[in-house]
Design a protein around this ligand. Structure first.
Ligand code: V47
Ligand code: SF4
Length: 369
C-alpha cells in the first residue's frame, strides 16, 4: 500500500487513504482530489475497504421485473432517447389491464419486486396511478412495489393539489413500498437548466425523497454522469445526498447512471470510458460513506463493466431483469431485451471472489446462493 501511494508521490492522497482506512469521512475537497489524482488501483483498494466495512464479502441481486407504463412525456430532457409525443409510431401506453397482464405473466416466477417507472403522461392523475398500485397489491400482495421517480411524483401530486406529504401518504396507502432513484440527474442548478430545464428542480427532488423517508418510504438515489458535468458537479451532487442521508437514513442505495448517447439531443458528447465508470463507482463508494449499498445497473453499463465494478466498491447487481426496460436500449445500451439468469448473475459474482446473496427490496437476505 505504501508503495502504491508513494509512487503517486502525493501526500494528500496518503492522508486521504489513511482517513479511509481509519473509517473517517472524507471532505468534498478530498473527494475532488480522488477524482483528479488517484490511480485506478488505489481507488479500487479504498472503495473495496469501504464496501467490506458495509457489506463484507457479499454481493447482492434480486428477482425483479419492470413495467414502463408509457414513454409519452410532458418533459423534454435533452439526454433522453425514450420520450415520444402522442401519435409517434414509437410511443406506447399500457392500460391497467395490460400492466396487470405483465404482473400475471410472472405468476410462476419467484420475483419479489416490481419496478414501475415511465414518462410523465399528461392525462393521468394520482388516482389513476393509485388505483394501479391497488390492483397490483390486491393481485399479488407480497410483491414489493417500487414505483414512480420523484419527477413523476412531483407532477401527479402537484396536479392533484396535494402537499408532497399528503400525496406520498395516499400512494403508500394504495400499496407504494419504495421509490426508485430516477430523475436526480445532476443537482447543480445551472447544469440542470441546460440538460433538463422543464422538470422538477433539484430542491424538489430532494424534498420528495426527504418527505418519503419521514413517511416511512425508503428510496434510492441516482446521478447521471458522463455528459457536461465536471468532477466538482459530481461531488456537489453526492454531498447534497450525503447530507440528506445523515438526516433521514432513508436511502438504500446509490446508482450511478452512465450517459448513453444514441438517439438523443446530446449524442454529440459521446460516452465516457469504462475506466471512468470504474473510477466513478469507486469515488462514490468512498464519498457516500452513509449509503449502505452501491448498485451497478447492468442493463445500462453492460455485463462486463458490471463484473469489473464489483472490484470498485459495488455490492449490488440489481435484478435478474427479464425485461420490458427500454430506457437504455433506446439510448444505445446493448440488448433490446436485457435478461440474466440467476445462474449467470451468481457466476458473475463468484468470479470476483464475492458471495452472491439474493436480497429483497430492502436488502434482507432471501437466499445465499
Ligand atoms: O432519471 C435517461 C436516466 C433514469 C438516459 O432506483 C439515462 O433501483 C443514461 O432511475 N443515458 C431512470 N441514462 C432510470 C432509473 C433507475 C434505473 C435502475 C434502477 C433504479 C433504482 C433507477 O434513467 C432517468 C435518467 O437519469 N436516463 N436517459 C441516457 N440517455
Ligand atoms: Fe420524460 Fe424522464 Fe425522458 Fe425526462 S428522462 S423526458 S422526464 S421520460
Amino acid at each position: 500500500m505504501d508503495l502504491l501511494v508513494n509512487n503517486i508521490a502525493e501526500s494528500d492522497l496518503r492522508e486521504i487513504s489513511e482517513k479511509v482506512f481509519a473509517g473517517e469521512r472524507i471532505s468534498t475537497d478530498e473527494g475532488l482530489i480522488l477524482y483528479k489524482k488517484a490511480s485506478l488501483p488505489l481507488l479500487g483498494i479504498l472503495a473495496v475497504t469501504v464496501k467490506k466495512r458495509l457489506s463484507g464479502n457479499k454481493a447482492y441481486f434480486n428477482h425483479n421485473f419492470h413495467i414502463e407504463p408509457t414513454n409519452k412525456c410532458v418533459y423534454n430532457c435533452r439526454f433522453c432517447s425514450y420520450h415520444k409525443q402522442e401519435g409517434d409510431p414509437e410511443s406506447w401506453e399500457y392500460s391497467h389491464e395490460q400492466m396487470l397482464d405483465i404482473v400475471k405473466s410472472f405468476d410462476s416466477k419467484p420475483v419479489t419486486e416490481v419496478h414501475i417507472v415511465g414518462g410523465v403522461h399528461p392525462a393521468y392523475d394520482i388516482h389513476y396511478w393509485g388505483s394501479l398500485l391497488q390492483k397490483i397489491s390486491k393481485y399479488r400482495p407480497e410483491l414489493h412495489i417500487k414505483a414512480f421517480s420523484a419527477i413523476e411524483l412531483d407532477y401527479m401530486i402537484s396536479k392533484a393539489g396535494m402537499s408532497v406529504e399528503e400525496g406520498l401518504k395516499y400512494l403508500k396507502g394504495c400499496g407504494l413500498n419504495s421509490i426508485p432513484g430516477g430523475g436526480a440527474e445532476i443537482f447543480d442548478e445551472e447544469l440542470r437548466k441546460q440538460i433538463c430545464d422543464d422538470k422538477a428542480s433539484s430542491e424538489m427532488w430532494l424534498n420528495i425523497h426527504e418527505t418519503a423517508h419521514l413517511a416511512g418510504i425508503p428510496s434510492n438515489a441516482t446521478i447521471l454522469y458522463g455528459h457536461i458535468e465536471t468532477y466538482a458537479n459530481r461531488i456537489d451532487h453526492m454531498d447534497r445526498l450525503r447530507k440528506l442521508q445523515d438526516r433521514t437514513k432513508g436511502f438504500n442505495c446509490f446508482i450511478p447512471l452512465k450517459f448513453r448517447k444514441e438517439n438523443n439531443n446530446m449524442s454529440y458528447l459521446g460516452e465516457v470510458s469504462v475506466v471512468e465508470d470504474l473510477k466513478n463507482y469507486a469515488v462514490s463508494r468512498i464519498f457516500l460513506d452513509n449509503f449502505p449499498h452501491l448498485k451497478a445497473y447492468w442493463p445500462m453499463i453492460g455485463k462486463e463493466a458490471a463484473r469489473l465494478s464489483l472490484s470498485f466498491g459495488v455490492d449490488d447487481m440489481d435484478g435478474t431483469i427479464d425485461d420490458t426496460t427500454r430506457i437504455y436500449s433506446m439510448a444505445g445500451a446493448g440488448d433490446t431485451s436485457p435478461a440474466m439468469s440467476t445462474e449467470e448473475i451468481c457466476n458473475l459474482i463468484r468470479e470476483t471472489g464475492m458471495e452472491p446473496v439474493e436480497r429483497d427490496s430492502v436488502y434482507n437476505t432471501v437466499k445465499e446462493w
